[in-house]
Design a binder for this molecule. Sequence first.
Ligand code: HEC
Ligand code: HEC
Ligand code: HEC
Ligand code: HEC
Length: 159
Amino acid sequence: MSHRTRALWLAFALAAASAPVATVVAQEHVGAEACGSCHEAQYKKWQASGHSMSLARLTKSQRRDRVCRSCHTMVANQDEPKLQGVQCESCHGAGSHYSPRWVMQDPVLSKLYGLEPVTDATCKPCHTGDGPSLKAFVYKEKVVHVCHVEKTETAKGTE
Ligand code: HEC
Ligand code: HEC
Ligand code: HEC
Ligand code: HEC
């Protein structure tokens, strides 16, 4: 079986069992730079945002603090430089399975492989009343700051 056929078969098997992929094979984070190799525009916009700087901005001791890390970086217990800050996969889901091009090109397969829809619930774990902000987090007002580019902006190398 070809790589693609095997993967499609797996996707059908998973769909039939209605089991989320994550429970079958652990999803791993690849880091923003890997996503950025295809999504250059989104990467640049993200890089200039508070999310990308959210860990680097803290003091040295705060950067080690488990509580701060739970919201200021993508994977609290990982020190890898490429995973620091609030990254793509904090909102879109861990991408080791969906980030290969042949998966990404298929919206249905991408979802089966862990690409998550971004909703109010995506932000809530971090944007809670516990944050330093005095104003309540209103999704509709905030999401416009993280929607990256025009919908017409496609991934690099797609015609
Ligand atoms: C090898 C290239 C490649 C890599 C790496 C890649 N993508 Fe994609 N991605 C694509 C392509 C191609 C599409 C299809 C739509 C398009 O052309 O923009 C896409 C679509 C998407 C979409 C839109 C899906 C939809 O249904 O609207 C999101 C969100 C996304 N990618 C996020 C990510 C994230 C996050 C990462 C890193 C974990 C990533 N991508 C890595 C190529 C890639
Ligand atoms: C529950 C999640 C959460 C935790 C835990 C958390 N933060 Fe934050 N923090 C946020 C969010 C969300 C923002 C940005 C929105 C806001 O201002 O409320 C923020 C903003 C900040 C800012 C302001 C950034 C700027 O320049 O605008 C600082 C500084 C900060 N946090 C430090 C800390 C420190 C230090 C800790 C650990 C003691 C910590 N935070 C723990 C969620 C959290
Ligand atoms: C704070 C959350 C958040 C982060 C971080 C984030 N995104 Fe997104 N992303 C969104 C939202 C919201 C949308 C719009 C979703 C929609 O319209 O359904 C989106 C849409 C996209 C799309 C579809 C095309 C577009 O621009 O609307 C791609 C591709 C994408 N993101 C890639 C990335 C990549 C790559 C990164 C990291 C460099 C990233 N995202 C970081 C929230 C985020
Ligand atoms: C993993 C935790 C996390 C997630 C998930 C997350 N954020 Fe954030 N967000 C933060 C932190 C931490 C900051 C502060 C960054 C800094 O240092 O400036 C922040 C800052 C922001 C800011 C700039 C400050 C402000 O309040 O105006 C906006 C806008 C924002 N986030 C929107 C969103 C939206 C919309 C989503 C969901 C689609 C989201 N974030 C998901 C942690 C998170």
